[in-house]
Design a protein around this ligand. Structure first.
Ligand SMILES: *[C@@H]1O[C@H](CO)[C@@H](O)[C@H](O)[C@H]1NC(C)=O
Ligand SMILES: *[C@@H]1O[C@H](CO)[C@@H](O)[C@H](O)[C@H]1NC(C)=O
Length: 324
């Protein structure tokens, strides 16, 4: 309890009001072991060119708009629905592309009052996906504030074109309209993650999920659950692709250096694709983008020591904005 007391004082200094409650949670020792077991620091492999092309394709949806609905849909797609919740500043747009035969649900990175970048208040909250699954409360609240409407809209869209693929995209976008870089985005990838898990639980068909600069959404059990349903392992890439860039610090948020002290780990899921810029700052391409192993490989983004919303987070490859 003395440690708890000291942490409490630190928490007050940091404005971390919920720490005293969290302090009562004792970390089960297997969490720490699990982290090591699921790490694989072998050198990443070159990306399969087909996967690189698909990432470029879906990055167009991810990077195309700043607020729902997207006014100029990319690639000749049509907007079929959108949802916005002003209270949580959470939004999505649903596109249909007849030639590509796909329906795409895209979350821009939204500004959120309980933003991860500026607020250290990120308690775990239980998630019903599995026994022991815990997730980031702020991002979960954001998803839940649009979940009912979003799932209904996706079901309607897919009933109209049942043989189309259904894809979920989440972007790390920092909102330039409000110029709140500190209070800005990063949540799009986390929202895509939570949408995927809940839609899979609801028996909805999801063919692929692609996130860019996604923060760590949940604990070890949750990351394992995501890997399991996505069919992701060190042998199989699976259907949830987590694109990271250089030393982007956001995929390492919330910071385990702080959260592991109080037994609230945040662990990333597979499969990471890591984009590196060229030696003179050239934008990443197929030969500088890699397939990583494990959940948080030191050989990829995790090992680069990036902290928070840094230039590598703000300037992502592949995701150029067309308009606002
Ligand atoms: C928007 O989010 C708030 C906070 O979660 C929630 O109370 C409200 O019901 C949501 N609005 C709609 C229309 O769902
Ligand atoms: C990919 O990027 C690297 C590093 O910037 C560069 O040397 C290479 O020529 C690029 N390849 C292509 C096909 O553009």
């Amino acid at each position: 309890m003395l440690l708890c007391h000291r942490l409490h004082i630190l928490a007050v200094i940091l404005g971390w009001a919920l720490l005293p409650i969290q302090c009562l949670t004792i970390p089960p020792p297997q969490q720490a072991r699990g982290l090591l077991h699921r790490r694989d620091d072998r050198a990443p492999d070159p990306i399969d060119p087909k996967i690189f092309d698909a990432i470029l394709h879906y990055a167009t949806y991810a990077g195309t708009y700043l607020s729902a609905p997207c006014k100029q849909p990319p690639l000749g797609a049509a907007v079929v629905a959108f949802t916005q919740n002003d209270t949580t500043a959470t939004q999505q747009t649903i596109f249909r592309h007849s030639d590509d035969r796909e329906v795409v649900l895209a979350f821009p990175g939204t500004a959120n009052p309980t933003d991860i970048g500026t607020d250290l208040n990120f308690p775990h909250t239980p998630h019903p996906a599995c026994d022991g699954c815990n997730v980031h409360q702020g991002v979960y609240e954001g998803w839940l504030s649009v979940a009912g409407q979003t799932m209904a809209q996706v079901k309607t869209a897919m009933q109209e074109t049942p043989d189309f693929k259904f894809i979920i995209i989440g972007h790390r976008l920092v909102r330039t309209d409000s110029l709140t870089i500190g209070g800005g985005g990063s949540l799009g990838g986390g929202l895509a993650n939570l949408a995927y898990v809940d839609m899979q639980r609801a028996g909805m068909k999801v063919d692929l999920v692609v996130s860019f600069g996604e923060l760590a959404v949940g604990n070890q059990q949750y990351a394992d659950h995501v890997d399991k349903i996505a069919g992701a392992s060190d042998d199989n890439i699976g259907m949830f692709w987590r694109v990271t860039h250089s030393n982007d610090g956001v995929p390492l948020l919330p910071p385990n250096a702080l959260t592991s002290i109080i037994g609230q780990d945040f662990i990333q899921h597979r499969t990471e694709f890591w984009a590196q810029d060229g030696p003179d700052g050239e934008t990443a391409n197929a030969s500088t983008t890699f397939r990583c192993y494990g959940q948080m490989s030191q050989a990829c983004n995790t090992g680069q020591g990036g902290i928070g919303i840094n230039p590598a987070h703000v300037f992502y490859p592949y995701t150029v904005f067309n308009q606002t």
